[in-house]
Design a protein around this ligand. Structure first.
Ligand code: PGA
Length: 249
């Protein structure tokens, strides 16, 4: 049976008390899942959620990370601090980081390498805007983001790629399963060219953008969709658990 990787990106939501409560309930309700699950609370709740998740199969993720190990980087959080708390996965290159905070492929690439050098797993997010889709540039944009995000990365085993079309994030509009699969296939071919077919076959490619309990199974049925990166619907047990357990409902 296929094992999927479902991750929850909590974005800028939840106080420490709320985060702790949600993590406790997820730990409980997902104890029996056979899928790989990660949750990424805001930085302020990581330490508390890390304690809540002790002894659980749910991985702790961060939503971003600074580009240096330490030093004069006001407002940033370092990989060393994340590891210290028990974080094992970091989401990098999310479109909100790219578009609101001006993160470039070069900066994201530096962060990817730093995270890997410290033994973290990375979820590298890529995806086109609506204007790029309408201009017929989807493949070009996504391939460019994958290649530049992974520039100089030798070993791909700890990389997951999340395809998140920007127009589908938080909008209620998801890519159709066929559209998502087509882009995932292009991503897999890009990885095959650089790292060989075996690495490409083993690569987990998540889809992200308005994933909900109602559309999860349809997306996950596609050959090249190996999981999901969930935003809005990961904020409650009632919507996140059925997404993780999409094949039981
Ligand atoms: P959404 O967000 O599920 O709310 O569309 C997905 C994401 O940004 O990772």
């Amino acid at each position: 049976m296929r094992r999927y990787y479902i991750a929850g990106n909590w974005k800028m939501h939840k106080t420490i008390a709320e985060a702790s409560e949600l993590a406790r309930r997820l730990k409980d309700q997902l104890a029996g899942t056979r899928h790989k699950v990660m949750i990424a609370p805001p930085f302020t709740a990581l330490a508390t959620v890390s304690q809540v998740l002790e002894g659980s199969n749910i991985l702790l993720g961060a939503q971003n990370m600074g580009q240096a190990e330490q030093g004069a980087h006001t407002g940033e959080i370092s990989v060393l601090m994340l590891k210290d708390i028990g974080v094992s996965v970091v989401i990098l290159g999310h479109s909100e980081r790219r578009l609101i905070y001006g993160e470039t492929n070069e900066l994201i690439n530096a962060k990817v390498k730093l995270a890997l050098a410290h033994g973290l797993e990375v979820i590298l997010c890529v995806g086109e805007t609506l204007a790029q889709r309408e201009a017929g540039q989807v493949d070009q944009v996504v391939v460019d983001q994958v290649e530049r995000g992974l520039s100089g990365v030798q070993e791909i085993g700890r990389i997951t790629i999340a395809y998140e079309p920007v127009w589908a994030i938080g909008t209620g509009k998801n890519a159709s399963p066929a559209d998502a699969d087509a882009v995932h296939k292009v991503i897999r071919q890009t990885i095959a060219r650089r790292y060989g077919q075996a690495a490409a076959d083993a690569l987990i490619i998540q889809y992200g953008g308005s994933v909900k309990p109602e559309n999860a199974a349809g997306l996950m049925a596609m050959e090249n969709v190996d999981g999901a990166l969930v935003g809005g619907a990961c904020l409650t047990v009632d919507s996140f658990v059925p997404i993780v357990e999409f094949d039981r409902h």
